[in-house]
Design a protein around this ligand. Structure first.
Ligand code: NAD
Ligand code: USQ
Length: 382
């Protein structure tokens, strides 16, 4: 298949590009490197040193003989996107290319507006570009589990059967997102659903949980292929942050009681989920939704697991319950269905103590790159 990976310089996109390239697909990357610029804005960095995308793909070609074409540009620029779509004529378009940090979107009005324009307009352009130039292309869009929020009933995969006043229908599952970023994903989902229904496009929305880990078989081939890894209070996510905090001897930053429960998956499963979605495309006119995560954990449970491994490794670390900078439920019911990808063949890499130990040993190598002032959360929802 000819596959475009938009956002292919990022944490999920880069390993996915390599994995699909290794599997024999013809891969092209679109990225405008905005993620690297947000690090500059925040005076932050990836824990791991990462080469330019040009150097990364050169090394991949040298090691495997496989070419990954790179298009440096912004999905918000329709002329640029149109040229790429006409040139590549993709069978699948994997869309990772958004501003993905909830705290970044909550910094102030400017960051909220930027996040929603970047994400919603970028996705609208992708929708119209596919409609205009490659209507048979399957759009594989990264959504988020946070679109659903935390209702007091189980979460279905995209749709729920509802009975009301003697009638019944299958309707989109209600959305109650918790940040301006998560809201942008809800807006995307609505726009894509409308486009499938109205223009006959085909799309899969992957409502992904929180991704942890760092490397895949492909990124581990050479240090030049190393993936980015975020640890700061704005872009770092729960489990990876806790493991990196352990490596530098910082107390684990649990917000409030830590009773917030989320779906999680290993980066090694992210790449496989994309492959499964691509190999089994949605039908024309279908807006298909998969919940993409493998296990549920509360934040405190994760912190305690990391703490246990850390103690065994002779690196004792404490847990700090910080005042929660977010507006979110401290404790809540959470049970979300996630069977569709497993039915297609996903074999999850589950979170064991060995997996935590392995990530810890890897990140220790880079601990001198941590900028201590960036560890604590700085963005307040209120
Ligand atoms: P990332 O920030 O590491 O990567 C995103 C990439 O997209 C970056 O390289 C960035 O430069 C690029 N990009 C952003 N806006 C762009 C634009 N307008 N035009 C071109 N390129 C643009 O993020 P990630 O962690 O790899 O996440 C990828 C996707 O997966 C996001 O859509 C995110 O919402 C979703 N997701 C991520 C996680 C997670 O835990 N990381 C969990 C669930 C969903
Ligand atoms: N949290 C802590 N301590 C920390 C960091 C986070 O207690 O140091 C808590 C947060 O308050 C929250 C939970 O952990 O309750 C998750 O926070 P997070 O920053 O790990 O994840 P989140 O903001 O939800 O966003 C991340 C990605 C986003 C993706 C989302 C998937 O950045 O792109 O969409 O995970 S999900 O959470 O399923 O919506």
């Amino acid at each position: 298949m000819k596959i475009i990976i938009a956002g292919g310089d990022g944490f999920c996109g880069w390993p996915t590009a390599l994995y699909l390239s290794k599997k024999g697909h013809d891969v092209a990357i679109i990225d405008n490197f905005s993620r690297r610029k947000w690090d500059d804005e925040l005076h932050s960095n990836s824990l791991t040193p990462i080469l330019t995308l040009k150097k990364r793909v050169e090394k991949w070609k040298e090691l495997t003989g496989k070419k990954i074409e790179v298009f440096d540009g912004d999905l918000n620029h329709y002329d640029f996107l149109s040229q790429v779509l006409k040139h590549v004529s993709p069978d699948a378009f994997v869309h990772f290319a958004e501003q993905r940090s909830a705290p970044y979107s909550m910094i102030d009005r400017e960051h909220a507006v930027f996040t929603q324009v970047n994400n919603v307009v970028g996705t609208l352009n992708v929708i119209y570009g596919i409609k205009e130039f490659v209507p048979e292309c399957h759009l594989i869009k990264l959504g988020t589990m946070g679109e659903y929020g935390f209702p007091n009933i189980p979460i279905e995969e995209g749709y729920i059967r509802i009975q009301h006043e003697g009638r019944e229908d299958v309707l989109p599952y209600p959305k109650q997102p918790g940040s301006m970023y998560h809201l942008s994903k809800v807006h995307d989902s609505h726009n894509i659903m409308f486009a499938c229904k109205t223009f006959g496009l085909r799309a899969t929305d992957l409502n992904q949980g929180i991704v942890y880990g760092l490397y895949t078989d492909e990124t581990a081939l050479d240090t030049a292929l190393t993936n980015r890894l975020d640890y700061d209070g704005v872009f770092g996510t729960a489990l990876n942050r806790f493991i990196i905090q352990t490596a530098v001897g910082h107390p684990l930053t649990v917000y409030g009681k830590g009773g917030q429960t989320r779906g999680f998956l290993n980066i090694k499963d992210t790449v496989r989920c994309i492959e499964l979605a691509a190999e089994h495309p949605a039908d024309y006119g279908e807006f298909r939704v998969f919940n993409q995560f493998t296990e549920e954990f509360s934040v405190l449970d994760l912190a305690e697991r990391v703490q246990k491994v850390a103690a065994e490794e002779g690196m004792p670390v404490s847990i700090d319950h910080l005042k929660d900078p977010r507006v979110e439920l401290e404790e809540h019911f959470f049970h979300a269905k996630h069977t569709k990808l497993e039915k297609l063949g996903l074999e999850p890499h589950l979170l064991t103590e060995d997996v935590i130990r392995d990530i810890l040993h890897t990140v220790i190598n880079y601990k001198d790159r941590v900028i201590p002032e960036n560890i604590l959360p700085t963005v307040n929802w209120r």
